[in-house]
Each structure stands twice: as structure tokens, then as C-alpha cells.
Design a protein around this ligand. Sequence first.
Ligand SMILES: [Zn+2]
Ligand SMILES: [Zn+2]
Length: 254
Amino acid sequence: MDYSLLYWLIVIPMIFVSFILRYLILSFGALGLTFLMSRNRKIQSSREFTKPQILRELRHSFIGVIPIAFIVSVVYILGIYELNKLYFDISEFGWVWFFGQMFLLMFITDLWFYAVHRLIHTKFLYKIIHKRHHLSTDPSPFAANSIHPFESILDFIFILLASFIFPLHPIALFIVVNISALWSTIGHLGYEIFPRAFTGSIFGKYLNFATVHNQHHKLFLYNFGYYTTIWDRIFGTLHTETDDLIKEKSSANY
Ligand SMILES: [Zn+2]
Ligand SMILES: [Zn+2]
């Protein structure tokens, strides 16, 4: 297939629009979910999401998603011109690697995000990059992408680096990027959505639920994780009350 200028003029804007649409669908969908849940599940139960807060999170998120769409576009363009390790025929590396790369990418996301997050909480970087995300001390479902564009680049640049290191299939990447967006939206829900049967299970014990990340927004210096609390537990940055709060919020009636 010949990739003409017209092809890129159609595909690249489509990637950008799809990222903005996905953000809107996930955020409004998540807001709808919060209407279905009882007050007892609100993590900071004494507070309300305010209209100025939601408008600010929306405004910052429209800017915050652009670098992510840009990085994904670059990975795709490089792949088309065989300049990185993107491949398009699943049979080339088989189904085991198709799913294996997804787990690997999620593992890398979890570790990378923890490290970057600790880094941007240092005084200088916090002030110029990360403060924007922390304007929400009780984040609403619109806050997931409410980040400075530089933070967006730091958070997602590993995808570009990974595309030079191991074979990546665009569909596997597409799935992982969407799981990441979904998890981040859940993390900023402001409500605990999962039942105690799950949060108290062996698997659930190590997941970074909304309650965990909400505490990060409230307390700043604890709970830096993304998918899991593993790195917070290893490096001693999990707040001591987090497990009890998860138990309380996930045990509340819906
Ligand atoms: Zn932070
Ligand atoms: Zn956050």
C-alpha cells in the first residue's frame, strides 16, 4: 500500500480526535456511574465536585491528551516506514507474544509511572509540571487527563522507546492504551466502585483503586502507583490508612 500525503492527512487527525472523544466518553460515562452510587461510596464524603473544578479539568484534559495522541501517531508512522519494531501480521510472532506484549507493556507502565510520578513530585518539577494535576484535591471523573503536556510526554514516552526495543502490534498497543485510559478514569472516579469481595481478594489487595489514588490527591506524599500498589508497598510510600479506607469504602452499600 502506498501511504500518500492524503492518507496521513486523514489518519493523523483521526487519531487525535479519537483520543479526545475517548476522553469525553470515559469521563461522562464515569460521571454517570457516580450518579448511581450512594454517598457512602464517595471517598471524600464531605466534599462535592464543583462546576469550576470540572470545567478546569475538562480544559486541561483537552491539552493533556494531545501529546499522548502525538506519541501514538509517531509510533504508528515510524512503524509504517519500518523505522521501529512495530509489526502488522500477528502470525509473525504468534498469539503468545501478542498477549505477552500487552502484559509487558502494562508492567512497564506500572513501574514507569511510579518512577516518573516520584520524580515529578520533587520540588522543581512539581512546581512547573505536576502541580496542574494536583489542583484537584478531590478529583472528579474528568481529572484523569488533567495534566500538563510535559507530564503527558513523560508519562507516555516509554511507548515510543518500547517500540524500538521489542516487537509491538498496533492492536495490542491500542488495547493497552485504552485499558490504561479506563483504569486512570476509574482511579479518578472520586467513588470506590469495586465490591469488598474483589478489593479484599489476593489479587485486589495489590491494585491501585480509586480510593488509593484519591488519597494521593488529598495527601500528596503517598500512593504514587498506577495499576498496582506493589511499588508503593516496596518503597514504603503507601499511606498507612489506605488499606483500612479501601475496606471501609468498598464495603459500603451501593
Ligand atoms: Zn502526584
Ligand atoms: Zn491523579
